[in-house]
Design a protein around this ligand. Structure first.
Ligand code: ARG
Length: 383
């Protein structure tokens, strides 16, 4: 296994891990899940999005079955993504698949059904030659990175540093509810508060939680989206851990959590951004970059889901979540023709890959992957 080296999202990609959708059978709807996906579950008011939930969710755990056809089609699309990357000459690694009928996992005072290591961008941050496992905010994802342990072990054996951020206890009181309580969503509408956390003998107060996908990596500069105190603590940990070599720029509430359906760097000087306002939310030195903004998503490009049976977890902007293979070549969901055309007009080579159910499983190609080897180094793109 060659050495781990990944400082950015756009220099030539040599090795990547592609998530697995095997045996994705359902979601555990407990307080951690409801809070994390709050914005899409409750805040998005549009006639083609999921209607708001009617019952308070705090403290409850309810399993929500995903229709077999959607799970199978997702699996097909993810396997095709892995094959497309391999076809481009990139070494592709895979997590362990979640076994069928896997037993629930448990923490102090809670139990949850595990989900497969699909959106692997979320719970790990690769910074250069270091693997940093980030503290999960969703209970059912608590052990997800263990499915990546064989790959991480191989990189460790080849010399990588391997770090785990402090693990949260994830009691109901661990969560800072302020974002869910007091913001208009990034999609415009107000959100409904999630109330009524249950006390636990294991309460430790508000904990550090930060997903790798909240971090935009640009060599020695990191842009970290912070929306509430769980994130503030995570960003603080990261700054202390990395010391002064890195510049950790915090951006306030660009998104509820993940940044990668808001803004992605396509090459030095060029961002792909959800809307024009993203420029003003970025750290000052990055505002002079070009921001390419795709046309508004076309409602007709998404499968039609059942308002009550199918849980929509992402916004219609999810196709912005592309994966760059190098500074000229981008893997794009072929179903998103507006974006394909725009990137071609901007001079990129687009590799179209099918991804049908991007609204049901929380991610696109950037989320499903973790680039472990790109040729770029610890550059200063701001000078
Ligand atoms: N790394 C990820 N899982 N990113 C996906 C973010 C999706 C975002 N919450 C949206 O609704 O568009």
């Amino acid at each position: 296994m060659p050495r781990l080296n990944s400082h950015d999202d756009f220099t030539p990609l040599k090795e990547v891990i592609v998530g697995s959708a095997a045996n994705y059978v359902g979601h555990d709807r407990d307080v951690s899940f409801e809070l994390f996906h709050h914005e899409n579950l409750k805040g998005f008011r549009s006639d083609w999005a999921y209607p708001r939930l009617t019952r308070a969710a705090a403290g409850r755990r309810e399993s929500w079955t995903i229709k077999t056809r959607y799970a199978e089609e997702l699996h097909e699309d993810v396997e095709a993504l892995a094959a497309a990357l391999a076809g481009l000459g990139i070494a592709v690694h895979r997590p362990l698949p979640l076994p069928p009928d896997s037993a629930p996992i448990a923490g102090l005072g809670w139990e949850a059904a595990p989900t497969p290591a699909l959106n692997i961008r979320d719970n790990t941050l690769i910074l250069g030659g270091e693997i940093i496992e980030t503290p999960p905010a969703i209970r059912s994802r608590y052990l997800e990175t263990r499915l990546l342990a064989p790959v991480f072990t191989a990189y460790w054996e080849a010399g990588a540093r391997w770090t785990t951020m402090p693990r949260p206890t994830l009691t109901d009181n661990s969560f800072d509810l302020s974002y869910a309580r007091d913001t208009a969503t990034t999609l415009g509408g107000p959100t409904e508060a999630i109330e009524d956390p249950r006390p636990s003998p294991y309460d430790v107060g508000v904990e550090m939680m930060l997903d790798g996908a909240q971090v935009l990596r640009l060599g020695r500069d990191l842009v970290v989206n912070v929306a509430q105190d769980n994130h503030t603590r995570g960003a603080e940990w990261l700054q202390r851990h990395l010391g002064h070599q890195y510049r950790v720029h915090r951006v306030w509430r660009m998104a509820d959590n993940h940044i990668d359906s808001m803004v992605l760097a396509l090459r030095p000087g060029v961002f792909l951004a959800r809307h024009d306002g993203i420029r003003d939310l970025m750290p000052e030195p990055l505002r002079s970059w070009k921001f390419v903004v795709p046309p508004e998503p076309d409602a007709g490009a998404f499968p039609v889901y059942d308002d009550y049976e199918d849980l929509v977890l992402t916004s219609p902007y999810i196709d912005l979540n592309v994966l760059s293979v190098d500074e000229h070549t981008v893997l794009v969901n072929g179903e998103c023709t507006g974006l394909v055309k725009l990137l071609e007009a901007e001079g990129f080579d687009v590799v179209p890959v099918q991804h049908r159910h991007r609204r049901l499983f929380g991610g696109g190609f950037h989320c499903f992957t973790l680039d472990t080897h790109r040729t770029g180094g610890f550059e200063d793109y701001l000078s």
